[in-house]
Design a protein around this ligand. Structure first.
Ligand SMILES: Cc1cc2nc3c(=O)[nH]c(=O)nc-3n(C[C@H](O)[C@H](O)[C@H](O)COP(=O)(O)OP(=O)(O)OC[C@H]3O[C@@H](n4cnc5c(N)ncnc54)[C@H](O)[C@@H]3O)c2cc1C
Length: 381
């Protein structure tokens, strides 16, 4: 049986997120972007309303909502500003490895903190010489007795300066390939951690992106997630939970670009008629609607599958690649619909186009999603 309707609770969640976006995010998004400033106040209000960290299990004080619920929220917030929603949703990316692999004591301590206060965490995997090629990381956690000494340099880490703790992937055995990688939860206030400068980015400027250096950081076995050698599996399975949410953010951005295009095309006149009456323009907008809807269906299916406890690797890759490519195309076409005004920061579509690009890069590029899809297809032969 297929049922495309949302539950009453999901509709309420959607309405709450929509209202929050209209009242709290849309009015300030351009200003935070202009100043490249982290939107602390906005995000604290969202946390108070229960729009953050929603997948933390009830057992650890969280709401225990589903991946699909998270996607519904993520789409709405991203309609307002995907820079602000990325700051919020990145918590989920870092929490994913704990939800997948941490023991109760670790979850109580590190996830519990996110329930008690509006706090942030960060997923620290990428390095200067290794992004797509995760196995190329150089960070090491050398075992000394029962403890570990962490060394390495991470790059492009969202929420780095805000984080109370990091999920860090490092080699405990460099001779064992990806099976030599181990995941750690690392409190941000440990000696030996240096947070880098704020990166000035093309888009999503209000999100905080920096490098993080670990220099002889002492960790105990209590900081290790799962067993030695489990790191790769943990880091990758977290993506199955987080990618639908990232893709939902791309859908939200694309929907906003489409909505702005519809409003503008209805008002702007050329040759005596609204530009919506020119088929070249209205067809561009028809394509936007078709692709936004298709992207949302892929998002919902990938979320639904993981919520059922099934492996969603290929569906999450479909959703992430298609929604990211859709966001870029729709935002670019929206600038076209606006003509010269679309190129000006006075109108929202210029920011949407800048913000859209990163969806094709972070959490696995659009090319890497296709690598995953192809691998999954051929693995099934
Ligand atoms: C704003 C921002 C926020 C980020 N947040 C985080 C974060 O919170 N945590 C984190 O760990 N990382 C984060 N990242 C890093 C991000 O995930 C990486 O930038 C991304 O995975 C790509 O890696 P790279 O930049 O090293 O590019 P590369 O891996 O060097 O790729 C360069 C180009 O080559 C292509 N390419 C590479 N390999 C292949 C292949 N096998 N087949 C086809 N094409 C290929 C890529 O698609 C890309 O187009 C963030 C990055 C940015 C810019």
């Amino acid at each position: 049986m297929i049922d495309f309707s949302l539950s009453e609770e999901q509709k309420q969640l959607q309405d709450l997120s929509k209202e929050f976006t209209n009242n709290e995010i849309k009015p300030v998004a351009a200003e935070y972007d202009r100043k490249s400033e982290f939107a602390h106040e906005v995000i604290k209000k969202a946390w108070e309303l229960g729009l953050m960290n929603v997948q933390i299990p009830e057992k650890f004080g969280g709401m225990g909502l589903s991946v699909l619920d998270d996607c519904i929220i993520g789409e709405e917030l991203s309609v307002g500003c995907s820079g602000i929603s990325t700051s919020m949703m990145s918590n989920m990316l870092a929490q994913g490895p704990l939800i997948v692999a941490a023991n109760d004591a670790q979850n109580k301590k590190f996830l519990g903190q996110m329930v008690e206060e509006c706090a942030f965490c960060a997923y620290a995997v990428t390095e200067p010489d290794a992004g797509s090629d995760v196995a190329g990381i150089k960070s090491t956690a050398q075992k000394v007795g029962n403890d570990y000494v962490l060394n390495g340099q991470k790059m492009w880490i969202t929420n780095a300066a805000q984080a109370k703790w990091f999920f860090v992937l490092a080699y405990t055995d460099q001779n064992a390939g990806y099976k030599g990688m181990t995941g750690f939860v690392v409190p941000a206030d440990l000696p030996g951690i240096t947070i880098g400068k704020h990166e000035h980015k093309l888009g999503q400027r209000s999100s905080d992106t920096r490098g993080v250096t670990f220099d002889d950081v002492k960790l105990s076995a209590e900081n290790r997630l799962g067993n030695e050698g489990d790191g790769w599996k943990i880091a990758m399975s977290a993506f199955d939970h987080s990618r639908p949410g990232v893709a939902a953010g791309a859908v939200g951005l694309a929907r906003r670009a489409m909505e702005e295009s519809i409003m503008y095309a209805s008002e702007r006149k050329t040759f005596g008629v609204p530009i919506a009456k020119h088929q070249a323009v209205s067809f561009m907008i028809a394509d936007m609607a078709m692709n936004v809807d298709a992207a949302r269906h892929l998002v919902y299916k990938s979320a639904w599958k993981t919520d059922k406890g099934e492996r969603n690797t290929i569906e999450a890759a479909f959703a992430k690649a298609f929604a990211a490519d859709t966001a870029m195309k729709v935002a670019t076409d929206a600038v076209q619909v606006f003509g010269g005004y679309g190129y000006s920061a006075e109108y929202p579509v210029e920011k949407l186009m800048r913000d859209a690009k990163i969806f094709q890069i972070y959490e696995g590029t659009s090319q890497i999603q296709r690598v995953i899809i192809a691998r999954e297809l051929f693995r099934r032969q």
